[in-house]
Design a protein around this ligand. Structure first.
Ligand code: ATP
Ligand code: MG
Ligand code: ZN
Length: 274
């Protein structure tokens, strides 16, 4: 900070301002107050560096707090926090999935603007949930509000809220979903086949559709199976039609990872026996 000072009186006193013994910078400035030069304390180089470092730490702390808040609003179960691209175990089957997920996050602005979601479908244990939560965590790291929950979990939350707060509570939870830039709806189609569940799923999907906000959906039903499952009692496939428009379908094939894990465990047990 530089202060332009005019009178001779002031430049005389400028010579004896305090300086820092460490950096040699001025610790005082002379400012013109009502025509008179007055000494006021100021930060020398090392002090201002220290101040900047403190501010950075504070900003980092605030960022972590915001991130924590976003995470707690994401409704994501603790067990999914380790679904990250760093923990992604690559094999011949899932290279494409890894690339897809990474690039989805990288191109998030475009995905968002064009309302590009994904419908990840395929047999159990192929890593659909893992991929969807990798994307969710990847975006959360960039402070993008995401909600990631299974359809059963979400419906249970709606039910619980309804029980304690009535219809208004239910509306609130559905409205809260609106705040999420991305909704990851895991295992769609695994919920009970009731009119109530279908109606709620419709409300959720329709709200995303109206707001033009993307969804990533995973299911182990086929597309036909999902369509059938979501079709209302009146026989009209409103929900599925919206999903088709919003979510690009990608079939995830391959062997179940769960079978591989079971095989590894079998080896461990065999060692215990022999
Ligand atoms: N890329 C990966 N890296 C590490 N672990 C993975 C990966 N993909 C899947 N897994 C693990 O393999 C198991 C099965 O994966 P996941 O639950 O994602 O399958 P899914 O396709 O969603 O199955 P379902 O259709 O039954 O829901 C999980 O324990 C998951 O953590
Ligand atoms: Mg799954
Ligand atoms: Zn100093």
């Amino acid at each position: 900070m530089k202060v332009a000072l005019g009178s001779t009186k002031i430049s005389e006193s400028q010579s004896n301002v305090k300086t820092c013994p460490k950096c040699g910078g001025k610790k005082e400035l002379i400012v013109n107050i009502a025509g008179e030069g007055r000494k006021v304390p100021c930060l020398c180089h090392c002090e201002s560096e220290k101040y900047e470092r403190l501010q950075e730490t504070e900003e980092q702390k605030q960022k972590m707090l915001r991130l924590e808040k976003l995470r707690s609003h994401s409704l994501m179960g603790k067990q999914f926090e380790n679904c990250t691209f760093e923990n992604f175990e690559l094999n011949n089957q899932n290279k494409g999935m890894y690339k897809l997920g990474k690039n989805y996050c990288k191109n998030w602005q475009e995905m968002k603007e064009r309302n590009m979601g994904l419908l990840l479908y395929g047999s159990p244990g192929t890593g659909k949930t893992f991929l969807a939560f990798c994307i969710a965590n990847g975006l959360l790291d960039y402070m993008i509000p995401v909600i990631a929950i299974s359809s059963i979990g979400l419906l249970n939350r709606i039910k619980e809220t309804y029980d304690s707060w009535g219809r208004e509570g239910e509306i609130e939870i559905i409205n809260n979903l609106k705040n999420a830039s991305l909704l990851v709806l895991d295992d769609l189609g695994a919920e009970n086949n009731t009119s109530w569940a279908k109606e709620k799923i419709y409300e959720i999907i329709d709200s995303r559709y109206r707001d033009g906000k993307p969804c990533i959906i995973t299911t182990n039903l086929t597309r036909e199976g999902l369509k059938k499952k979501l079709t209302g009692d009146d026989g009209i496939s409103r929900t599925y039609d919206r999903i088709v428009e919003m979510c690009y379908p990608i079939e995830i094939r391959g062997q179940s990872r769960r079978i591989e894990t079971a095989k590894e465990k079998e080896e461990v047990i065999k060692k215990l026996i022999n």
